[in-house]
Design a binder for this molecule. Structure first.
Ligand code: MRU
Length: 357
């Protein structure tokens, strides 16, 4: 671990391949906002632990990190023939893929980097490794471009002065640059827009309070943190013109998995007649899921609810905690899905299919 002069670094360096390509540096998101520390990931267990513990988190950032991880770890495989290489590669891939189940970016990135290797299978290990690094670097470069385009489209949906409610964190920390759900806010700021953002704190891991507020505040964007159960009152008080959310997996029919609590925000937004927008790079769409029922929801330790961020435990000993990390927002609650190719409206099986099918 090393203390980072994070403020002087480009935000797209939250996940960075080392110069000699034998490790990956991440800003440890579990330590933010008060400690800006880079961790160097070298071994399979370093990568697994960093993704599982949300040191690197957010669907696109998980994919970017896993893509680099597979290339770095492949370059360290010792083997005597290609069959042995590919067999070891498969088991590394499976371990990485098991770190978190909901964000499809993880398995998609791993498939891409493995396929790059397979496409060079007859050409020797050096060519295989080279192809894997190229593919993993492309995944990050594509993400920067997708986020920029999503931000442009998103900005057309709002105007200066608007109040925006966010849930979890879909900013640069969760992607590469700009972010998805926060992207229009950063782009708008660059162009002189003045937004008032209400960031749900996002229990139990506080990505809204710790990360969204950190990113917006350092960019000079007006941000106010609220507890998750305050979303209704700020909507009722007329403070919110639009809700912006990221996503971890979007099914073919537009049902959307995102951080636990997102579907509640969407239900409230419908009640108050406020538009609810999902920001979605194509790397997060999973056409193999017909609907949200096919999306696996990660379940995490109950300790995250009762003790992680408290000096004293808040739940009596012996009492169970149930901690699903994501929920699915029904497509009927979503006003539009903003992608890098354009803004999709219902019916989403048609609009997503037209752009990406
Ligand atoms: O558990 P997390 O913090 O990885 O959950 C992240 C989210 O729910 C984000 O909203 C989503 O990944 C989109 S990030 C552009």
């Amino acid at each position: 671990m090393m203390e980072a002069d994070y403020k002087s670094k480009s935000l797209c360096e939250n996940v960075r391949l080392s110069e000699n390509r034998d490790s990956v540096f991440i800003i440890d998101q579990t330590l933010l906002p008060y400690k800006e520390v880079y961790s160097e990931l070298k071994s399979l267990e370093d990568f697994y632990e960093a993704i599982y513990m949300l040191r690197v988190r957010g669907a696109p950032a998980i994919g970017i990190c896993a893509g680099y991880a597979l290339a770095v770890l492949a370059s360290k495989i010792s083997c005597s023939n290609p069959d042995e290489f590919f067999s070891k590669l498969r088991s590394i891939k499976e371990r990485l893929n098991s770190s978190r189940p909901t964000a499809v970016n993880l398995s998609k990135a791993l498939d891409r980097v493995e396929n790059a290797a397979l496409s060079r299978s007859g050409q020797g290990i050096d060519a295989i490794i080279d192809a894997m690094f190229r593919e993993s670097i492309s995944i990050q470069a594509e993400d920067v471009e997708m986020c920029r385009r999503i931000s442009e489209y998103g900005l057309t949906l709002v105007k200066s002065g608007d109040g925006i409610l966010t849930h979890c964190n879909a900013g640069p920390l969760a992607t590469s640059r700009y972010g998805t759900g926060l992207g229009p806010l950063f782009l708008g700021k660059e162009r002189g827009y003045n937004f008032h953002v209400y960031a749900d704190e996002t229990r139990p891991l506080l990505q809204g309070a710790r990360l969204t507020a950190y990113e917006l505040n350092r960019a000079g964007i007006d941000v106010t943190v609220i507890c998750d159960n305050m979303a209704s009152i700020v909507m009722h008080q007329g403070k919110i013109d639009a809700c912006f959310a990221g996503c971890d997996r979007v099914a073919a029919n537009g049902d959307t998995a995102n951080k636990i609590g997102t579907s509640g925000v969407a239900i409230l937004a419908k009640h108050y007649g406020i538009p609810f927008y999902v920001f979605c790079p194509s790397s997060t769409i999973d056409f193999s899921c017909a609907s949200g029922k096919d999306i696996v929801i990660e379940e995490r330790s109950g300790e995250e609810i009762g003790s992680l961020f408290f000096k004293e435990k808040t739940v009596p000993d012996g009492v169970k905690c149930y901690n699903p990390a994501f929920d699915v927002t029904d497509n009927g609650l979503i006003t539009a899905i903003v992608t890098e190719k354009g803004i999709c409206r219902a019916p989403y099986d048609v609009s997503l299919g037209l752009l990406f099918g």
